[in-house]
Design a protein around this ligand. Sequence first.
Ligand code: PMP
Length: 434
Amino acid sequence: FVSLSLQAKMSRPVQARRLEGTDKNIWVEFVKLAATYSKVNLGQGFPDFPPPDFLKESFVRALSGENHMLHQYTRAFGHPPLVKILAQFFGKLLGRDLDPMTNVMVTVGAYQALFCCFQALVDEGDEVIIIEPFFDCYEPMVKMAGGTPVFVPLRPKAPKDGKLMSSADWQLDPAELSSKFSGRTKAIVLNSPNNPLGKVFSREELELIADLCVKHDVLCISDEVYEWLVYDGKEHIRIATLRGMWDRTVIIGSAGKTFSATGWKVGWTVGPNRLLQHLRTVHQNSVYHCATIAQEAVAQGFQRELELYGKPDSYFVQLPKELQQKRDWLVQSLDAVGMKPIIPEGTYFLVADISKFKSDVPDVPDSDETYDSRFAKWMVKNKGLAAIPLSAFYSGAHKNNYNHFIRFCFAKEEATLKAANDILQKWKQEKTSP
Ligand code: PMP
């Protein structure tokens, strides 16, 4: 009797409806595969080199210095020294006076900043425009808030002269983008520089988006975590600086990407109080508070960067220089074996075309799994090289639209990139030798 009544109780659904369709997560699967099989991991996006010494030293000072209060709670919406320096720094970048207490909020990484935005701004029935390919968490986060994601693709145009494609060749169709905006649209998510392509949106493209936002009274969630990782003299333009956009934009940033310390999980939002006040409500009713010592160390990192702004010793000047070199190495390695890279203008990701390697991976007719996903799994198991299938960055119905690409992360030590090159060269030789 006891077991029967227990069973009856357990048959009741335990899962909240808002979780429907959001349970699968590509990273859980691919991180495990990489941990089990990879010799060289260019999959998940994190540097395998250390953060700069000045940042580590700030952390150590905060940890073992005189101010033992740094081991205790600090202000819920951001440690005062951090929000103050972020207000100063972003005030300079945006060309406006920012109030540290109302225009800045610190979060547990950019990930929690995104979660706060969707929970605070999106209602049941609201539509949110997402540009494909996209950082995969946008879709489930919109759905968990009760919203409906509406997708619009970046469409590739092959360069005429047979040159390698650039991320700039992936563009929005203005008429298609405009057709997605309606009275139901609450927000658009913009991610420039874009993960996974590395696309840096041009002023023209941003103006197109901005004009549509203003025309339809739509908010912009601007994920700018790769703001400093821009190459070849390109400029990262902040959409919040365009006409009519400050009042409707939340800017999201990440110390993880900015200072090569993804494990610290310090992120922030910058925006008008009319939007941030609602983000604060979500924050105070969920996470409430972020690690004080990490915030203190990031504050000191920004203090240094403010003093060195634009100078050769600035980390924000040095890091992209080093990464551009790493990008070029990986581009060369991939191009040499015929795994055609799309040259990224920004971020530390690079997408490559695997069409020429198709014959290596056994075909599974009628498989539900996309080709790129099978390829990435086969590659890590058989070659020890981990990458992420591009289809992971598309919504369910569109996963087969561009399914012959994989994404590599090149924020890696020279030795790691060399080891990747060795694997690719050996693979190519095995393919060509009879
Ligand atoms: N946005 C984008 C586009 C990202 O690529 C990432 C990390 N991969 C995040 C947000 C999350 O950043 P964080 O680690 O600071 O939470």
